[in-house]
Design a protein around this ligand. Sequence first.
Ligand code: PSU
Ligand code: MN
Length: 327
Amino acid sequence: MWRLSAIFRRCITTSSSRRYKKDSLFIIHPDVKEALAGHRPVVALESTIITHGMPYPHNLSTAKEVEEIVRAEGAIPATIGILKGRIHVGLSSDELDFLAQSKTALKVSRRDLPYVISKGLSGGTTVSGTMIAAHRAGIPVFVTGGIGGVHRDGENSLDVSADLTELGRTPIAVVSAGVKSILDIGRTLEFLETQGVCVATYGDSKSFPAFFSRQSGFTSPYHVSSPQEAADLIANTLSLGLQSGLLLAVPIPEEHATTGQQIENAIQTAVTEASSKGVRGRDVTPFILQKVSELTKGKSLQANIALIHNNAKVGSRIACALSKQKH
Ligand code: PSU
Ligand code: MN
């Protein structure tokens, strides 16, 4: 009798996640740890953009510039990535350098995490992978360039980024320049609605931005015009215990949006080439990004860098406004 009840107690107190949880899987950088403990603003940053989104050395310089912008705005940057099977929240300069030059780093979304960790591999975390780690570390604001979405022809291929389902299940605010027109923007917005994701454009436009251009032809469900208003959305998502994320879409600054039509043509060519070459699954987005940069002779890369800088500024201001609200 005693034995049985002891076993029963063990079963109800030892949930399977607790039994297998290893805190050493996460390494939180001391600066990030200190900021979180002091309830100071922290901004999470992804690393697939470093390992798969941009060529070396632009990937490294951009990653460092973005961290500097976050610091200049009064927040602490936490670039998230995987090194030898451990999830790092906040990377040192050498660690950033390693990921930027690595030829073997994997692209890590939710589904890749168990494998990469089991094998002790290294990788850049996508929006989905980064959201998971940021949430676990207690960082509600995450800045990136662009998120994944429903691919063109996605209604047939079912190529729908795990970023969208992650936004539906993890309460993190993702600050991005919207969705690239390499994707089906209309279906992406529909899917985000189904997933319960609160989508708002930041600034004075009501249009949902399309990464390289300020307009996508689609109106954003909502619109906020200050860091405070954006922080209110995040605070209320958290106080409602919604468990779903937010997408804050920041249009590319006007002065960098001029190459729109040229990039649009390059995207068309790249999407067609990806499909005729049989590029599939996780390779599609990196293939198209690289091709578009090549076709526009680096102009898309310059625009990409400019919008990430801007997102970092806006996201940091939102993180600062949110941290003031909480305390
Ligand atoms: N869009 C970009 N640059 C990027 C990505 C998307 O402009 O680097 C990366 C992000 O990490 C995003 C991922 O989470 O690609 C989406 O990949 P997929 O479409 O395979 O889900
Ligand atoms: Mn995909």
